[in-house]
Design a protein around this ligand. Structure first.
Ligand SMILES: Nc1ncnc2c1ncn2[C@@H]1O[C@H](COP(=O)(O)OP(=O)(O)O)[C@@H](O)[C@H]1O
Ligand SMILES: [Mg+2]
Length: 279
């Protein structure tokens, strides 16, 4: 009798099609692969002040993660370091994005690879309109000419979704914008640039309930259109309504001290960070 061992590797059957191990593994790898993989990251300022401390974080394709931590824990610094802001110097560790080591890459290269950050305090940029800024960023990112008519149509639709006055498209970027309008302008950029990974740094802080509702709607729309990955830095639940949270990370003194699911976020909202600060 000849014994034929059955294949122990996974096989997927879809209807009449059978996908053999190599294909199955390739598909599973694609589904579970990490979009962002931060390994033992240490970073600080030019003067030697260390801010990020042996920090590890992994975000999969299409996942939504929340980053929480007390004031001064290093949340914004992590965002800036991931985006390649030259103020923050990586002293050791690695940042992998789409399996590519980007630790030493410049900010514009990271943006072209699909990374985006909405700033906690968006800057005023006199001399360039909101519309021209987004169109130019889009052209830089794609390396292609962006046709004006189509672009303006999409911009208008997204501004409507965010309940933004269309006149703002022609105004200088963030100049004289209220806090709410600045944050909406950031989410408008998110919707237009469609990055594969976005860091939203306290996009909801200081906004009135209506503005938070529209910002949340914009983020939900971004997820629907692109299934991009999100790292949301926030202290409140309002901006998360309509999103399902895959993971919550707690950062204290530049180090991720705990990672949990969406329930951890609710727990921290009730109990605070004390348990982690005094560890
Ligand atoms: N550009 C900077 N210049 C000086 N200090 C900074 C700078 N960026 C961050 N820090 C310091 O690093 C620590 C972490 O700051 P930050 O990342 O803004 O915290 P969080 O966003 O969690 O409130 C704080 O002590 C802050 O003062
Ligand atoms: Mg901050």
């Amino acid at each position: 009798m000849i014994f034929k061992p059955k294949c122990v590797l996974p096989i997927i059957q879809i209807g009449k099609y059978i996908l053999y191990p190599v294909v199955t593994i390739a598909i599973l790898y694609y589904i579970i692969r990490m979009l962002l993989d931060v390994k033992n990251l240490n970073a600080g300022l030019e003067d030697g002040k260390q801010i990020l401390n042996d920090l590890n974080i992994q975000i999969g394709q299409g996942e939504t993660h929340v980053l929480m931590g007390p004031n001064g824990a290093g949340k914004s610094s992590l965002g800036h370091t991931l985006m390649g802001n030259p103020v923050y110097k990586v002293t050791s560790g690695k940042i992998l994005f789409n399996d590519q080591d980007i630790t030493e890459e410049a900010a514009d290269k990271r943006a072209k690879l699909g990374m985006f950050m909405s700033f906690q305090s968006p800057l005023e940029v006199p001399g360039i309109s909101l519309e021209a800024f987004i169109r130019s960023a889009l052209q830089q990112k794609t390396g292609e000419h962006v046709k004006l008519f189509q672009f303006q149509k999409e911009l208008k639709a997204n501004m409507e979704l965010l309940s933004m006055n269309p006149d703002y498209a022609k105004r200088d970027l963030n100049v004289g914008f209220s806090g709410g309008e600045r944050k909406k302008s950031e989410i408008l950029q998110l919707l237009m640039l469609k990055p594969s990974f976005a860091i939203l740094d306290e996009t909801d802080s200081g906004l009135d309930v209506d503005a938070v509702r529209f910002v949340a709607k914009g983020i939900e729309e971004y997820k629907k259109q692109t299934n991009g990955s999100l790292l949301i830095i926030t202290h409140t639940t309002k901006i998360l309504e309509g999103l399902s949270i895959d993971k919550t990370h707690i950062i204290v003194k530049g180090h991720i001290v705990k990672t949990g699911d969406g329930n951890l976020f609710k727990e921290i909202n009730e109990k605070g960070f004390e348990e982690f600060i005094n560890k």
